[in-house]
Design a protein around this ligand. Structure first.
Ligand code: DGL
Length: 283
């Protein structure tokens, strides 16, 4: 039934319309990177609410209000699909976004990552790391448990210091390693075999996390969301045209609510290539 509805909705839309991606800040570029890799023929509009980041330590009410602003901005740009790159927003405000988006499909980070984790785990012990708001919401755990209560155990851990450490460029710093060992110790003791990296910034700590949890499969939420988007667009004949190929020209319409110091350095770290100057907007 759901698929039937999406089919009719997407049929009315233009396949050359951009995909809108938003995040609390620059971190969502780790998600955009996966989209460009897996869906290189799409046009993208990226919005980073850099003036109000971080969302991860804010109340649900505030995150919902901010998410509404971001969604309304992207809808005005006539996007064909909205990607909620921020795990915090996906965890606490997805329903708000879907209700505002109306006919435009919305993909958050939670369901695709959960599906990926369920396909990956062998021993049924799944770890989730994220911001305080994401972990407090329990959304990942609830989503895993709706699939099958008894077959899976979920161990969640908030890692609030990872975001500033990554933004400060301390990816290989001993202090980051010390904090990571502390955060991940319990997950290691529980014997998880799969870990959902439930925050935009954590894929940049992949190597360090793998050193601490060597036998654990890491789930990149952006990658799984992109796989989900491929399926949705392909099944509805809405994939972008080959001529747009992003791998050759890297053109992104980039909007931010503030241009922070070190913006270009941080953006390059997340995306893997330099970005052009963003357009500054007020929301
Ligand atoms: N983008 C956020 C997330 O994925 C991390 C940064 C923030 O706290 O806003 O949860």
């Amino acid at each position: 039934m759901t698929y039937f509805c999406i089919f009719n909705i997407l049929e009315l839309m233009d396949k050359s319309s951009p995909i809108g991606v938003f995040d609390s800040g620059i971190g969502g570029l780790s998600v955009l990177k996966q989209f460009i890799r897996l869906l290189p023929s799409e046009q993208y509009i990226y919005l980073g609410d850099t003036a109000r980041v971080p969302y991860g330590n804010k109340s649900n009410e505030t995150v919902n209000r901010y998410a509404k602003d971001c969604t309304e901005f992207l809808l005005k740009k006539d996007v064909k699909l909205i990607i909620v790159a921020c795990n915090t927003v996906s965890a606490v405000a997805l329903e708000t976004i879907k209700s505002i988006a109306g006919n435009i499909p919305v993909i958050g980070m939670i369901a695709p990552a959960v599906n990926g984790a369920l396909r990956t785990t062998v021993n049924g012990k799944i770890g989730v790391i994220g911001t305080r708001a994401t972990i407090n919401s329990n959304t990942y755990e609830k989503s895993i448990k709706t699939v099958n209560q008894s077959d899976f155990e979920v161990f969640s851990q908030e890692c609030p210091l990872f975001v500033p450490f990554v933004e400060e460029g301390l990816i290989n710093h001993p202090a980051t390693k010390l904090i990571a060992e502390d955060y991940l110790k319990k997950l290691k003791d529980y014997g998880i075999d799969t870990l959902i990296l439930g925050c935009t910034h954590y894929p940049l700590l992949n190597k360090l996390i793998m050193e601490i949890l060597p036998n654990v499969n890491l789930i990149d939420t952006g990658e799984h969301a992109a796989i989900n988007a491929i399926r949705l667009l392909a099944e509805n004949n809405m994939l972008g045209e080959e001529k747009n190929n992003m791998l050759s020209n890297h053109k992104i319409d980039f909007y931010v609510t503030d241009v922070p110091t070190l913006f270009f350095e941080i953006a390059k770290k997340f995306l893997g290539f330099s970005v052009e100057s963003p357009t500054l907007i007020k929301m």
